[in-house]
Structures are given as C-alpha cells and as structure tokens.
Design a protein around this ligand. Sequence first.
Ligand code: PEP
Ligand code: MN
Length: 339
Amino acid sequence: MIVLIKKDSRQEEINKLIHWLESLHLQVHVSEGVLQTILGLVGDTSRVDIDLVRSMEIVEDVKRIQEPYKNANRKFHPEDTVVEVNSAKIGGGGLTLIAGPCSVESAEQICAVARSVKASGATCLRGGAFKPRSSPYSFQGLGKEGIELLLIAKKETGLPIVTEVMDPSQLPLFDEVDIIQVGARNMQNFELLRELGRQRKPVLLKRGLSSTLEELLMSAEYIMAGGNEQVILCERGIRTFETSTRNTLDLSAVPMLKQLTHLPVVIDPSHSTGISRLVRPMSLAAVAAGADGLMIEVHNNPACALCDGPQSLTPAAFDELARTARLIHATLQAGKEFS
Ligand code: PEP
Ligand code: MN
C-alpha cells in the first residue's frame, strides 16, 4: 500500500502519521521526491482502515499495491535509484561501463585489462575469483587470491571492483570489494540474499537462467527487505529453445524493468550471447533500449583465457564499442531533452 502525501504538508504531521502506521506493526518506507512524498507500507496492511487514512488532512490518496515486490516497486519510489560507488554512478540516466575478464588469472592479466578498460571509459572493473562452473573439472577461479589480485588492480587504477560471491561463508573476504555480484545460478539462493540484505554494500543481482522478471524482483526484494537498498539488476540472457547463442538476451527486460522498478538495470551481452562478435550489436541495442549500463567481458588475450574466451572482447574491440555506445547514449539523451 502507498500513501501519497499532499504537497507542502508539515514534516511534523507526516512524522505523526508515520509513527501511527508503525504502531500498526507496519514498516514505513519514505520516498521524498521532488514533486511528492510517498509512504510505502510493508507488512499486513489489512489492519489499515483505508478510508480513515484517506480522510486525513495531509493525505492526497491511498493505493493498494498488487505486486508482491514492495521496496523494489517503482510505485513505492518513483525516482530512479542511483547506486554510487566511489566515482562510479549506476542509474539515473548515465551509462556505466563495467568491464574485465571472466576470471582473474594473474596480477599481470587483471592489471593490464584494468588499465586498458579504464582508458576506454569503464568505471568499474569486473573479474571472477569464485567461479560457478557447470563442470567440477573446469577452472574454478583463484578464490581468495583472485580477490587479492583484484584489489591490486583497484589500487593501481582506482577502479571499483565487482566480483561474485557464491556462498555466505566467503563474505569476510569481500570487505574491500565495492560491488558484490550474485550470479544467475544463485539468484534464488535466499539465504545468500538475506545475508546480503544485512550488509550495506551494493549488490549486482543477475537474472536466473529460467527466471521471470517478477522472480528477479522478488530476489531483489529479499536483499532490500533487510535494509540494503543498493541493488543493481542485470539481465544476462535466459534459457530458450534457441541453441545458436549461449542464451537469449531478453532486451525487452530493460523497458519492462524500468517501468516496474526504480532499480538500475545493466545488460550483460557476453553471457547472453556467448559469442564475441555479437557483443557489440547487442550492447548498442541495450543502450538504445535504455539500459543504465553494460557489463562486458574483456580479456587481453581471449584465445588463451581460462574461462569464456569465445565471448570476450579484446581491449581494442572494447574501446571501439565504448565509443559507439556513448555516442548512442548521448543521442538518446539529447532526444529526451528535445522531446
Ligand atoms: C559472470 O558474470 O561471471 C557469470 C558467471 O555470469 P552468470 O552468473 O550470468 O552466468
Ligand atoms: Mn564469464
């Protein structure tokens, strides 16, 4: 349920209403927008007498929210959430480029890639230390050492780092990680999501291989219900009957999610296509569809990558893509100003 507060209402009156709602064992989420203050209520709202609330002097309207996700719902929070990590901003109209190798392999590799993607305009460095692989015989990532190497690259370049956690027991190693990634396979690991809700660090939540957008938003809700509102959603392709690409990139997820939620939406064209030459066209299409950012796998020597070489871009290809993506983004922004 949301309570729309009349413009120019006194803060004292709003606080009184909030305390009363809290006394009904409801959590009250306050969204102070430029145009309007909205109180989002979470909990058993059947106790609330809608007519009574509607009749209050400061209340403009009361509406029930049908969707099961509340904190993530745009109706609760009409303005875009912007996740800020050091100098990087994700959401709110910009275009954030997150780039780096599938897996961290060595200090030389991660630092070389970090330097080149930074020069091309990436503002976050990705790199897997704990790798969820389909085969137990494949390279599983460097684990703790991988995180240490990411921190060296962070120190050298100043780029904030994004890396995946697979289990809550690994979290003590993530103290200096800037954005914690939840991979597609863990999107419904509810214990992990709950744990990430208890900490205060941005989470990049990837859509599960066979998950609906509502399920993705419910997973975001798990994190947000714990009080951590810094969630970035990532569409990374879903499982369909098509076999010519690794997954099928659901680009309609971008405008759909933008309507349903205030959380930033990032597209991963690497895992969704699995083919490096498809990364550029799908990245550009994602920017045109309104994505807040792209997460792209870049390797200094894709042919020798320990993981996901066939979908990785060379630094030169990433540089060209970043330029074109920014041009498309700028054109769209200019179009918005004139419309
Ligand atoms: C990744 O980004 O490294 C990864 C494993 O992606 P996904 O969880 O989308 O497969
Ligand atoms: Mn990968």
